[in-house]
Design a protein around this ligand. Structure first.
Ligand code: FCB
Length: 483
């Protein structure tokens, strides 16, 4: 006789979120839209970078991606059918200003206009992000984010977009993950535009923050009822010292500085941290900071977006230093500018297929830390998810129990932060669809909906159904999706 099924510990009690908790799914323009030549779209740095052999695993580019530019109505219908009430997407700057300046390209603006209308008609709240990494190539040719003018151009772009969509969109996210843009784009060169100039990366940090501040000012209309909510999506990371030794604690302080506080302190306190500036003195004198910049950056945020995937464990012990971070001859430069004597440690935690650690406790730790160190702002988990290389099963379905488990652990971790008093107001799964995962190309699949890139057929994965049930009920469903 078959053994009776074991009860699942999670199923024995219910984890329920507040009724007004925002459940959403996230994407980004370059990762899903495809149609890179359509309707007057200009070239972005990711078109250029991905077209260069050796930059992207498998040689993937922005074509065809998930063909969302042509299939957006189908994708919005999927959101609706799953009961997901909020959709975070980004706007492609090169669709709207093909050269990065000048009046808006009507066809580009029309696309987002139609998308917003489609979402609203489906009862789904649009959460646009103005910049998710696809800088118009002409702006990079003029200096890119290390050049101050790019921040001014961004404010113009924001104003153009707001002028068209502001009557229907109440929540705006300016920049997605400035850490990735600055340090992977301009220090390690793993991302577009592929430059390896640590000093430029620090100038990029400042100009991205300035871009956020100027754009926020451009799209806020103080004192007007119904004024838009403006925030930024960071990817702060819990940085854990390997031990309590002085060297490990100092390593954690330094990495926390360039990973987290270099963004959070200007945004919340209007200054770069003294210790971070001292650590980076050999790289930059921060002369890019001009009068008035920091007050613009520190204008109060209406919300903070938090993208979380994994924590990091670091050591400063001699001999335990990760080779990559030492920049030995031939190795890639480190994105951790100013942390050359620090090592990253691999923990024993399970890993996704992309080799990212699965450790949901880091999400609780991060949200609680933000609530304590940077209080007063609603927090939204604007990205969280996992890549598993799913395949279509013999039954035609996509069974992804590891992703269900990942999401289950992480939403519970967000709930634990809420229970501890952190003002967590929403959660967006990364990602709605399988898509172009930057330097990893199409190998990684983060979607709760599978995309067959040959046919562009969408198949809702088990995780999509599980997440839809969570989004519709506010209660964490059992892992197997049973009632
Ligand atoms: C984040 C990015 C997002 C996606 C996920 C996996 O850093 O913002 O576009 O690539 O990682």
């Amino acid at each position: 006789m078959a053994a009776p099924p074991l009860p699942q510990p999670e199923a024995s009690f219910e984890t329920r979120f507040p009724a007004d908790f925002a459940w959403g799914a996230a994407t980004a323009a370059f990762q899903i839209e495809g149609a890179t030549r359509a309707d007057g779209r200009g070239v972005s740095i990711w078109d250029t970078f991905s077209a260069t052999p050796g930059h992207v695993i498998g040689g993937g580019t922005g074509e065809p991606a998930s063909d969302h530019y042509r299939r957006y109505t189908e994708d919005v219908a999927l959101l609706k059918s799953l009961g997901i009430g909020n959709y975070r997407f980004s706007l492609a700057w090169p669709r709207i200003q093909p050269d990065g300046t000048g009046p808006g390209n009507p066809a580009g603006l029309d696309f987002y206009d139609r998308l917003v209308d489609e979402l609203l008609a489906g009862g789904i709240e649009p959460w646009p992000t103005l910049y998710h990494w696809d800088l118009p190539q002409p702006l990079e040719d003029a200096g890119g984010w290390p050049a101050r003018d790019t921040a001014l151009r961004f404010a113009d772009y924001a104003e153009t977009v707001y002028g068209r969509l502001g009557d229907r969109v109440g929540t705006w996210c300016t920049v997605n993950e400035p850490w990735v843009i600055a340090f992977l784009g301009y220090a390690s060169g793993e991302h577009a535009p592929g430059r390896r100039e640590p000093a430029s990366a620090l100038a990029a940090v400042h100009h991205l923050l300035l871009a956020h501040g100027l754009a926020a000012a451009a799209i806020r209309d103080p004192g007007v009822p119904g004024a838009p909510a403006v925030g930024i999506a960071l990817n702060p990371q819990p940085i854990r010292p390997h031990s309590g030794s002085v060297a490990d604690l100092d390593a954690a302080r330094r990495v926390d500085g360039v990973r987290n506080r270099i963004f959070l302190d200007p945004l919340y306190h209007g200054r770069y941290p003294d210790d971070v500036q001292a650590d980076l003195a050999g790289v930059s004198d921060f002369a890019f900071v001009r009068d008035g910049d920091l007050p613009a950056i520190a204008a109060p945020l209406d919300f903070l977006g938090v993208n979380y995937y994994s924590p990091a464990s670091v050591t400063g012990a001699a001999g335990a230093v990760d080779r990559e971070l030492l920049e030995p001859d031939g190795a890639d430069p480190s994105p951790l500018v100013g942390c050359e004597n620090v090592g990253l440690l691999s923990g024993a935690a399970p890993r996704t297929d992309q080799d990212w650690e699965v450790d949901a406790s880091g999400l609780t730790e991060l949200l609680v830390r933000l609530a304590v160190d940077y209080p007063g702002t609603p927090l939204y988990v604007t990205e969280n998810g996992a890549s598993y290389r799913d395949e279509i099963g013999d039954d035609g379905a996509v069974h992804d129990p590891r992703r269900v488990s990942y999401l289950d652990q992480h939403v519970r971790a967000a709930h634990a932060a809420l229970a501890a008093g952190a003002p967590v107001k929403g959660y967006f799964v990364w990602s709605l669809l399988d898509n172009f995962e930057w330097a990893y190309g199409y190998r990684e699949r983060f979607g709760i909906i599978y995309v067959d890139y040959d046919t562009q057929r969408r198949i809702v994965k088990d995780s999509g159904r599980w997440y839809g049930r969570l989004a519709s009920t506010g209660a964490v469903p059992p892992l197997d999706g049973s009632a």
